[in-house]
Write a protein that binds this ligand. Sequence first.
Ligand code: 8YV
Length: 316
Amino acid sequence: MKPAILVFGASPSQPVMDQLEAHFRCHHLWRVAPAAQDAFIVGVADQVRAVATTGTIGISAARVAMLPALELVAVNGIGVDAVAFEATRPRGIRVTNTPGVLTDDVADLAVTLLLAAARRLPALDRYVRAGDWQAKAPIAPSRALRGKVAGIFGFGRIGQAVALRLAAFGMRLRYYQPNAVAGTAVARSASLLALAEQSDYLVVCAPGGTATRHVVDAAVMAALGPAGTLVNIARGSLVDEPALIAALQGGQLGAAALDVFADEPNVPPALRALDNVVLTPHVGSLTVETRHAMGQLVVDNLLAHFAGAPLITPVA
Ligand code: 8YV
């Protein structure tokens, strides 16, 4: 009999969904209204040997506890901060994610956001649509990128891919993360605060989770300064969002370009009301090609697990 899996989130790739259906007895939780999901899980819990989830949904300790036969959590994403490892680890439940395949697209979005903030793209788009051009309304010039410093917080695969791209714009680069990265020509700052002080743009590429919660705080934003821009493509949890709103409103921080938020999809109205922000709905990896590749890794990890083969991309 095919193993039963619980699918927390659908992939936009039809071939991925078809493979899940072909190889597993799929119970699709994403089709169930939130209020009815616990009852749905209770109905299938005894059979469920694996969960296919997303980076943002992960799996809570309560849900792990509801699944007595759970062996594997396959995350369709790189971030595993939403996985309750305190619940999976003691039971030997294995976890996989999708590193590598999303690096370029997430880095591309980071650069897109940075450029959009630097050249004030949303405001200029609104200007043309509103007829302000014909009305000869004044347009303030933007600031050039060349020669400016991009500080990259979190210098893993994605951070390094962002650096590679920004170098092509003539930007100077620095990074900070607790462990120095070997073999890079990019200078490491002594701390996140020092990086913010030395940068015109701070690009957040570090993992979410308890260790990095609210590390981008009021002091870091003040260090980045009134002409500085915060870019976040990592997790909303890294940024103290009320402090960010206050800094943007008060002028201590110049601008922000954000793909991720503290409580998605609930972006605070005060943030939405600001003119000096660019906002996207957590779409760093949302391209046809990358979502297919991510979903394929989920399928391949599930198949490897049930074949007794080594997992393709296990989380240590
Ligand atoms: C996705 C992500 O939004 O990779 C991650 O950690 O946050 C994103 O790529 C998410 O996992 C949806 O599948």
